[in-house]
Design a protein around this ligand. Sequence first.
Ligand SMILES: [Fe+2]
Length: 288
Amino acid sequence: MSGAGWRPCFLQWRRKITKSFWITKIFSTFARYFYEILGKIMGLFDFFCRKKPEAKLFYRTDVHSHILPGVDHGSQDVVQSLEMLRAELDMGIDRVILTSHVTAETFENTVESLTSAYELLCAAVRDAGLPVELYVSAEYRMDDYWDRQWAAGTVLPMPGNFLLLENSFQQERLGLEPLIYELRTKGYIPILAHPERYGYYGMRTTRYASLHDAGAKFQVNLLSLAGYFGKHAREAAVWLIKNGLVDMLGSDMHNIEHAQIIKDYLRTRDWQKLRAIVENDIINDRVR
Ligand SMILES: [Fe+2]
């Protein structure tokens, strides 16, 4: 090649190399962005398609419910009761202990009033073909009315002689330990309903421990864990779980909205974590 000819040739090759360099760079940049966007779209697709955790409980027996129709401020009629029982079945519960309020002045239920509502509900459940076992008991407020019912021997325990008892929300029952002792010596197993909800306990950890040591089983509400009763009740419920003081979980559902709140909560990571801690302590299914 002559001295005059090599320069145009060099320039021609340089133009070609420069052009292919830019084509490659543009193509690779485009490909990188394309794969990045595609990855994000696939991530979104995965997020929306990911199977949500099932809203199922790990036990079959709800030990605290207000599903019995027309005897307290829970279910008002059989239609509402059936709707709530269907929600229980959705959550894997097929044994329901009906624990309507028995409280001085407000809900002075008796064995007769509770039993007749129970028979009405059992007939409706049979007609509807719901595969659920029902047991009638009550949630007894430890007040004067309870004292009279207890003295007269007219209380309705759950199977296994469990009795669900609640404190007033203003103050703890005076002489709670002697009552726990008396119940136990007579063959009953007292369950303290929702200990996390009595604001006066706060984080009195020694009080919780002494009541539990005295022989009261502790039943925490799923609604409390879901935050329905506020920050303090939830914190106390979580503390009780983390300290191994929870024996039973209950819905304490009064209506279908409560059931929906619990169902939504069962799909959360918070529940998955707490469930792993509490699972082996729970004795709901021993109520038989
Ligand atoms: Fe209750």
